[in-house]
Design a protein around this ligand. Sequence first.
Ligand SMILES: [Zn+2]
Length: 436
Amino acid sequence: MSFDEEYDRPPVSFTPAGDDDEARETNLEMVKPSPGYFTVSVLIAEAIVKRSEVTVLDYTSNQVTVRYQIDGIWHAGPPMERETGDYMLATLKQLAGMDYRERRARQTGNFATEYQKTRQKIRVVSQGVKTGERVAVYITWKKELIETVEELGMRSSMKEKLREVLRRDDSHLLLVSAKPGEGYTSAWRGVLSACDRLTRDFFVIEEESLVEQEVINFGSITFDKGKGETSMTPLPQLLLKEPNVLAFNDVPDGGSLNDMMAISSKHDMPIFVRGPGRNCIDALLRIVGLKPDLEKFANMLTMVVCMRKLRKLCQTCKVDYKPHPDLLRKLGLPEGRISELYRPFVYREGMVDEEEKEVEPCKTCGGIGYYGLTGIFEMLEVNQTMRSALLKKSDQQTLKSIAQKSRQVTMRQEGALLIAQGITSVEELQRVLSLK
Ligand SMILES: [Zn+2]
């Protein structure tokens, strides 16, 4: 889709801001004849087709750049001439009930749309910046709640190992990790959901302002930091209920972890904690960096599970290719058995096929080449060698090689399997694993 008018207006219908139906109707009649009405329709249709979470327009003196955030990644759209962009913005603000003449002060507004049989609520935020003006258009997508590690992409062999640890009822520590903002909640929910919650009592201890979507059958116990409370404050009451497992979704410092571990020993009960990390060893070292009682931590830790999120290739438009043997070797995939891998088909405006016919963007993914997310997991079973290395304060490299020797399945290997199955691409795995 392009922002010039050689095409028909995409049939987006608008419900503008307004106090009542009449005001909304008047508002809509006002914007319809405006030259910005066409471009706003294109912008919204494009954002919806691409499943963009936020579309950002940056106004500079002579043009407007457009960026879409999709599954957490930024994609550039074709830039727009400043004049076209100005008309579009005036219409956008009018629809959202904002003052279209105001181009410096921060403004927010809302309107609703219907396109391809779905209704969307659109939120617009505008703010004057040094170079001109920045405008963000937010669409809230109904996210499907991912409940289980299977849905997150954990394979059954790994799940069995996890279940074994989750079934233990003695004093030990399980560390669950992910990158904050990138599956931090899903990984935690997924692992907690894998517990056998019908026969045992599980409780999550959370800070009141940070309570996440509840995990079914997990009791949520909150404390209020603002009142000087800590994760230990609700415990005396809670322990009277004789819980079987305690789960802490945050370890603020080493002292807190020491308190958690003391409870685990005293009541001979497992504890699950969550911490940020790019991989298992990274998560482990971040906890060590909080300076807890290292000996106790090393002895109590049984397993680290870490998850990262990966975009899935669009199954409608992915393109196959014959991989070079070197690539397969690098990925650790068997050479003879894999004849093709897949890469995304990334649409660009003005693309033509072999017959010089214009190519249309894919209807499933809007031309992005990816559709949906999955997880890759890494699991570290802590053995005696790892414990001694932790106590000796060994560096990341040493810990990594110990993990490899104990046949830990790494994210790289998990990702390679997804590549072999055509679920994701080599580029996507590289992007995720090289992200700091
Ligand atoms: Zn596609």
